[in-house]
Design a protein around this ligand. Sequence first.
Ligand SMILES: [Zn+2]
Ligand SMILES: [Zn+2]
Length: 226
Amino acid sequence: MNCLWCDEEIMLEVSWTSLVNPTKPKQICESCEKGLVELKGSRCERCSRVSSSTICEDCQWWENYHHGKDVIDFNYSVFSYNHFIQEIIAKWKYRGDYELGFVFREAFADHFHEKFGNMTDVVAVPIPLSKDRLEERCFNQATMLASFLPVPTVEVLSRVHGEKQSKKKRRERISSKNPFILSQKLNKAVLLVDDIYTTGTTLRHAASVLKEAGCPKVYTYTLIRG
Ligand SMILES: [Zn+2]
Ligand SMILES: [Zn+2]
């Protein structure tokens, strides 16, 4: 097996533990893996941002915006944003290297077990791309991430507006129309899945649609906290 990022051969270390407890073959070599930095230490309980306060200022703002009750129960992210992960993401999602997404499989599944493993009857809902964007890229990175999880994936959201709003300021984006519609009500806990939590606006738009339709809990699970 060669590293999906640098193409170096991955040397499998054979030790007593690896014989007793064989791990799945790695998709990324040890030195590349070091560039992926897991979020550590105290973080905001709502959005996973590294923060010393329980609920960060941003999330307090959101709570006020939603009249005292945020539409997402909490977000959990695995990695912090850095130049290296930005390069991987660019090649994976913008330059169509589907296979490269597998470098995240192990970590995304492991952290799911840690954080959401005790939840029963939860379904994963990937944040959708617009039709045009999906045609352009051939796959949705959020759907791929959801496929790494041991829970069913249901694609019940679709976009009525495109994604071209990332250059707007946060407040302009919030006040912009909700781009999502829901094709089916879900009366169970939902795990919204996406590659990155940046301002949290997109995820909250999606969560609003679900909650308005009676969904009891909406958690968001994202690979990266931007
Ligand atoms: Zn490598
Ligand atoms: Zn927060």
